[in-house]
Ligand binder design. Structure first.
Ligand code: ADP
Ligand code: MG
Length: 693
């Protein structure tokens, strides 16, 4: 076994007990220690004169004891006064032993380290590290002192010593951690070598710019960040390559079925829909699985695009499945697909987690023996016990967080026939291009950048909640004119039970104020059948006003609804508000969105609500959201894997991120053999296993 890949127990002084503690930090091998980077540094490289010390500063000081007393403040403490000629400083101990007290006889020279703070006697250090500084006291440290992320029972000094051992092993076996970034690339970005970077980060020499290190702008940090981003990018590309190495059923064209479907639609496709469909058709006609993400703002008509793609699969003698993230949405798709496909002679099957007993067994049997051609459901569809006869196309709606692992799992769904299904992922969350290229390097991206004609943009007003009565009147007027309205309660209560109570209270209050209206309520605690019933009634116009918690968020389509009130919108992110607002403005009447906030608004909230008032363009809103919340939040990085990054920071390293896609391509051309090593270095064996699925 190689020296760096050897387990930590191969280091001096590491037994089972310590190895277990290290395992808690995911430090299993010597190399893991090398990549366990400090959180921050202390400067113990020089003595700081007491006179020059500031509150908040961590420093080494040295001085003579002037006095040592037990003082009784709110808490009893030992106070040691020191002076060094430039000034005076106190050390304060809340826990101390008589022996300790005796050490501090006046005139004794003490060296101490700690953070200075403003205390009762001027600058003080609470519980400093200290020692008697006799003539033989060693000099200060040669390097800045790293502070590592650690775990209970594992001291910094212990961890530091282990990293030092690991560094020495690296010095004697540099060939085991080869430099994988091409020279030209390192030169272009002025980046140091890998080994040098690790050395510098674990033991920065005293001339290192600590501020630069702290902010992650040091070339050594940037070098590692770039390599890590590159590793992620390469692993996503590898996933893509592996999936596409499998066969998929080529689905050349479903012209007949598609044409019949189009003639029965009450509208013509938009140019953007047609263009995206061409891109999809091109992918489907190939014998390798499509991996395509379709981004389209709310209301841009993604469902019809999904239906057209599904028809290609059906015409190619395959099954197609569409999965939605919530029961409400899945049921809505079920109804649309039934209405669209049954006239074409295609049966549509339904499967959700809530379907139980015989119905569930029947649905699964029909999916397995191929009687069910078009299948609609929630993620229950892609669970292990569901087998498809011949799944040609898997469509995942409103789920940009559908991750790499699920994509790999889907690969197995079609594998009965030795084929992997084509994958179409649809999202209304537009993602700026550079981010998309990093987060979705395994996907091709299409954009529906046009709304169907005749839509008037939703007018948005921002109103304080003392004007609630006016808003209620507005609902009355809209409904009197035959239109419908949503009232969305955004509740902070964690529990669904409390959310339900609050939404119910709103419904009652509105029912009292608007006795002539039929009012429904949907919330997360309802059974899906109940929810569906209410949604159907609302869609059919039997309800005038729908009070809802944010379960209504995605995809629900009721064109006659032209007014939406969002209560306490300041609690929601921009993208979520945009999604909610997208429920109105789907018909040809002018629609309104009232953001009913609770004053006072913070400056940030005011800014966000202002953005909502100014624009209905999903891409602009996404960009603002990105500015305000940062890429981690916007992307939902947990699923994309970008969250577990050790060094890189999507925001801080945005300029590197922009380069990564091109770099990965160049690297695969020039040094393809380096890619697997790089992936394993940063993502571990697990990522290496992607290929073996
Ligand atoms: P989203 O992209 O948000 O999923 P939907 O697929 O739910 O949007 O479509 C929103 C509404 O627009 C639906 O009522 C749908 O029937 C309608 N629609 C879709 N495409 C067109 C079009 N080309 N012309 C007119 N209406 C369309
Ligand atoms: Mg949709």
């Amino acid at each position: 076994m190689s020296e760096l890949q050897a387990p930590v127990t191969s280091l001096k002084g590491v037994g089972e007990a310590l190895a277990l503690k290290l395992a808690r930090l995911r430090l299993d091998t010597v190399a893991d220690l090398l990549f366990h980077l400090p959180l921050r540094y202390q400067d113990r490289t020089r003595l700081t004169p007491m006179g020059g010390l500031r509150a908040g500063q961590e420093a080494v000081v040295e001085g003579d004891v002037m006095a040592c007393d037990i003082v009784k403040g709110r808490r009893r403490s030992l106070l040691v006064r020191l002076r060094d000629g430039s000034g005076i400083l106190s050390l304060r101990f809340f826990h101390f032993s008589p022996a300790q007290q005796q050490q501090f006889t006046p005139g004794t020279r003490i060296r101490a380290f700690g953070e200075a703070r403003a205390g009762a006697t001027g600058l003080e250090i609470y519980h400093p590290e200290y020692r008697l500084a006799g003539a033989a006291a060693p000099a200060v440290e040669e390097h800045f002192t790293p502070i590592y992320p650690t775990t209970e029972g594992l001291h910094q000094s212990r961890l530091r010593a282990l990293v030092q051992q690991a560094l020495r092993r690296l010095e004697s076996h540099p060939e085991e951690l080869p430099e994988l970034l091409p020279v030209a690339l390192r030169e272009r970005f002025h980046l140091p070598q890998l080994g040098d970077s690790l050395h510098l980060l674990h033991q920065p020499p005293p001339d290192t710019d600590l501020a630069q290190l702290a902010e992650g702008r040091h070339p050594a940090t940037r070098r590692l960040a770039l390599e890590e981003l590159l590793a992620h990018q390469l692993s996503l590309r590898e996933v893509r390559r592996r999936i596409q190495a499998d066969g998929a059923p080529p689905l050349p064209s479903g012209r007949g079925l598609q044409a019949r479907f189009l003639t029965q639609l009450p509208f013509a496709l938009t140019g953007a829909q047609r263009r995206v469909l061409e891109e999809i058709a091109h992918d489907l006609s190939r014998p390798a699985p499509m991996l395509r993400l379709v981004q389209g703002d709310v209301g841009s008509g993604k469902t019809v695009v999904a239906a057209m793609a599904a028809l290609a699969a059906l015409a190619g003698d395959c099954q197609a499945a569409i999965m939605a993230p919530t029961e409400i949405l899945a049921e809505q798709h079920y109804r649309s697909f039934k209405a669209w496909f049954e006239p074409l002679g295609v049966d549509v099957a339904w499967l959700s987690g809530k379907l139980k007993g015989k119905q569930r067994l029947d649905a699964k049997a029909a999916i397995a023996d191929g009687r069910a051609r078009m299948v609609v459901g929630t993620h229950a569809l892609f669970q292990e016990d569901v087998h498809f006869q011949r799944l040609g196309l898997a469509i995942i709606d409103e789920q940009h967080r559908f991750g790499v692992h699920q994509r790999l799992a889907l690969r197995e769904k079609g594998q009965a026939g030795g084929l992997t299904p084509h994958q179409l992922i649809m999202t209304a969350t537009p993602i700026p291009r550079t981010l998309a290229m990093s987060a979705y390097a395994d996907l091709d991206v299409s954009v529906i950048d046009e709304l169907p004609p005749g839509r008037t943009p939703v007018k948005t007003v921002v109103v304080p909640d003392e004007r609630r009565p006016e808003v209620v009147e507005r609902i009355r007027r809209a409904c009197r004119e035959g239109r419908q309205a949503y009232w969305v309660c955004t509740l902070i209560e964690e529990s669904e039970a409390l959310q339900y109570q609050a939404a119910e209270a709103t419904r009652e209050e509105l029912a009292e104020a608007l006795p002539e209206l039929a009012i429904g309520l949907v919330h997360g605690r309802m059974k899906s059948a109940e929810k569906a019933e209410i949604m159907t009634a609302f869609k059919a116009g039997e309800l005038d006003l729908l009070v809802a918690t944010t379960v209504i968020e995605v995809g629900v389509d009721v064109p006659n609804a032209s007014l939406m009130i969002i209560e306490n919108p300041e609690r929601l992110g921009l993208s979520q508000l945009h999604q909610l607002r997208g429920r109105v403005g789907r018909g040809d009447t002018e629609s309104f969105c009232v953001l009913l906030y609770h004053p006072p608004l913070s400056a940030g909230s005011r800014q966000r609500l202002g953005v909502m008032r100014e624009t209905t363009d999903g891409f602009r809103i996404a960009e603002k959201d990105l500015e305000i919340r940062g890429p981690g939040e916007v992307l939902g990085t947990r699923q994309t894997g970008l969250a577990q990054m050790k060094v890189a920071d999507l925001e801080r390293d945005a300029d590197l991120l922009e380069q990564v896609s091109a770099l990965a391509r160049a690297m695969l051309e020039q040094a393809p053999e380096a890619a697997p090593t790089l992936i394993r270095r940063w993502l571990g064996e697990e990522a290496g296993r992607y290929g073996q699925v």
